[in-house]
Design a protein around this ligand. Structure first.
Ligand code: THU
Length: 146
């Protein structure tokens, strides 16, 4: 799957978000090293702080489908649904999601590319997890423990 298709998958996943409180729909698509793709979307809760981000939703699917160590490339897109997903500002993963993606990167032993797309899909920024969370704390830091 190429980058345009991965972004299209993230945008399609955003349409399945459960976001009645923020009305901000986020979708995430994850490509494995072997070419498999899983998706996820944010899932909010009446107890607001229990909401789950799209990236964490997709990472859970990735864990079950092929394992976190196989995560190779991630696309995220978010915005408001008005017939289709709209929005001109690229969505970058929140701090908590960066930490979760870092876990996958360190498990896999390499960096992970993250395509951050606007809701309308027209604006795309490419980052890597090591650039989005420099000097991060991950499983590698615990290697000598216990
Ligand atoms: N959200 C995500 O799903 N991923 C992010 O990286 C940023 C924020 C969700 C959480 C909440 O449901 C909504 O977007 C508004 O913050």
């Amino acid at each position: 799957m190429n980058d345009d298709e991965l972004i299209a998958s993230a945008r399609a996943a955003a349409l399945k978000a459960y976001a009645p409180y923020s009305r901000f729909h986020v979708g995430c698509a994850i490509l494995s090293a072997d070419g498999e793709v899983v998706t996820g979307a944010n899932m909010e809760n009446a107890c607001y702080r229990l909401g789950i981000c799209a990236e964490q939703s997709a990472l859970t699917a990735a864990q079950h489908a092929f394992g976190l160590d196989k995560v190779a490339r991630i696309a995220v897109a978010g915005g408001v649904v008005a017939g289709e997903l709209t929005g001109e500002q690229p969505v970058t993963p929140c701090g908590g999601c960066r930490q979760a993606i870092l876990e996958a990167a360190q498990l896999g032993g390499g960096d992970i590319a993250i395509l951050c797309a606007s809701g309308d899909g027209h604006e795309v920024e490419e980052h890597t997890i090591f650039s989005l969370i420099p000097h991060g704390f991950g499983p590698a830091n615990l290697a000598g423990a216990s």
